[in-house]
Design a binder for this molecule. Structure first.
Ligand code: ADP
Ligand code: MG
Length: 450
């Protein structure tokens, strides 16, 4: 196979994908891929890092297989090579010469966070909602400054952002003993700056931060509407990134939704933006069992499912439940039963479990909203007028039904959980800007619940 021919195939695939995915997804994941080679063993693609290759195969294997040669089991014949990291361009301005090995004398950052011992990768339970962000975090910890920089982790309260941030800190300390790591909360950074402004020691503080190898920043949303601090943070950020120093940031929202300067938002989007989602039922059960076991509490499987079915928003609440059960059963020297759970955890269950909604009901509503047949929604057609409503239905299924992704996906004519997750992500993103879709989904939801 000639390189020309291979390039042509790839271009066809790319123009097909341009239609299929959002602009942001396309820019982030597909545009950076380059064709290097084509021979009888398939095509070789150059990717900026392993995640891009994984993403492509995880989400678009089928599509890829219809454009490039495949093996006998219809797997696309594709190899990946990782591009050499390009050093970011240095700014023209003259930087003060700072000896790299000496930390700033006379300056002790008082507010650095001590890493929580329990927040390690080993203690972080993986599931579809956090697999990607965990592997990105692990990648950054293994090769700081050389994979994604910055890594921006966002997600709701109590879903493990701080846990992952500290895990990166522990791992770097283990694997790269000589690197200088500082983990701070955004509040602490601001307080530190205030103190140093008052004591006229800001230069020392700046030097300290700019001499770090890794900066881990928790809860960047607290920088919103703190204009003066934002500028200082942005300067520190740029100084570090320009020196290939690793930065990891957590936030309750993606960068684009933060009320921060365009400059800082653009900087934070430079690297990888990754989401920590709400864990599905099986993952919640696994977390619950793991944490209970660590505390020496035995929860029978059935009871664990019962708890995880009722506490579904937030991992911290699951931990609260375990602590409460531990206190109760420890005192009374009892085994955890459903009865005890109901008695001790009823307040945590205060938000009633979601109403019983079935995939069938969703399919019916979506089919009448978009005027397509239910059997087509369950089928494999990629025509836009069918594929789009199918994605809406999958989005609604994940939003409205508290069940495992695998089970939900299989109700769509045997799709995989990654297809469902991809659809959910796509629709969720589109909802941020598409008012018509928002209304359609609202109406469909009402119909489903009525
Ligand atoms: P966030 O910073 O997102 O608000 P945290 O990182 O503080 O959340 O997590 C809240 C609690 O839930 C922590 O005790 C953390 O250990 C636990 N937790 C969250 N996700 C997981 C997970 N996937 N596996 C194990 N523990 C988790
Ligand atoms: Mg946190």
């Amino acid at each position: 196979m000639l390189l020309e021919e291979t390039k042509h195939m790839w271009e066809e695939f790319i123009s097909f994908m341009k239609e299929k995915c959002s602009q942001a997804e396309f820019q982030n994941w597909l545009a950076p891929i380059k064709v290097i080679k084509g021979d009888e063993r398939g095509i070789t693609l150059q990717v900026p890092n392993v995640f891009v290759g994984d993403y492509l195969l995880e989400n678009y294997k089928k599509e890829l297989a219809s454009f490039i040669p495949t093996d006998s089991s219809k797997n696309p014949l594709v190899n990946f090579v990782i591009a050499e990291p390009v050093a970011p361009k240095k700014k023209e301005e003259v930087k003060p010469v700072i000896p790299q090995t000496i930390l700033t004398p006379g300056y002790e950052p008082r507010q650095g966070v001590r890493l929580n011992k329990g927040y390690t990768f080993a203690d972080f339970i993986e599931g579809p909602s956090n697999q990607f962000v965990k592997s990105a975090a692990l990648g950054v910890a293994t090769r700081p400054g050389q994979s994604y920089n910055p890594l921006f982790i966002h997600g709701g309260v109590g879903l493990g952002k701080t846990h992952l941030l500290h895990s990166i800190g522990h791992e770097i300390k283990k694997q790269h003993k000589k690197l200088r790591v500082q983990c701070i909360t955004t509040e602490a950074f601001i307080n530190d700056l205030v103190d140093n402004l008052r004591n006229k020691t800001v230069d020392k503080m700046k030097r300290f931060y700019r001499n770090l190898d890794i900066l881990l920043v928790d809860d960047i949303q607290f920088l919103q509407s703190r204009l003066n601090f934002e500028e200082e943070f942005c300067n520190t950020f740029e100084a570090l990134i320009n020196d290939n120093k690793q930065i990891v940031i957590t936030s309750d929202k993606p960068p684009s939704q933060l009320k921060l300067s365009e400059r800082l938002i653009a900087r934070m989007e430079w690297g990888l933006v990754a989401n920590v989602g709400i864990p599905d039922l099986e993952t919640r059960v696994a977390i619950l069992q793991y944490k209970a076991e660590k505390k020496g509490i035995r929860i029978p499987n059935k009871v664990a499912f019962f708890i995880a079915e009722h506490i579904f928003n937030n991992v911290r609440q699951l931990e609260g439940a375990i602590n409460r059960l531990g206190a109760y059963c420890g005192l009374m020297n009892m085994e955890v039963t459903q009865e005890i759970v109901e008695k001790t955890l009823s307040e945590l269950f205060s938000f009633a479990p979601k109403k019983k909604v079935s995939v069938e009901k969703i399919l019916q509503s979506v089919s009448s909203m978009y005027n397509v047949r239910v059997q087509d929604l369950k089928g494999n057609s990629r025509a836009k007028e069918i594929a789009f409503p199918r994605q809406v239905a999958m989005y609604l299924a994940k939003e409205m039904i508290n069940d495992s992704l695998m089970k939900l996906a299989s109700s769509f004519g045997g799709k995989t959980h990654s297809t469902l997750l991809h659809s959910w992500n796509k629709i969720k993103k589109q909802l941020e800007s598409d008012e018509t879709l928002k209304r359609q989904i609202q109406m469909t939801k009402q119909d489903i619940e009525s």
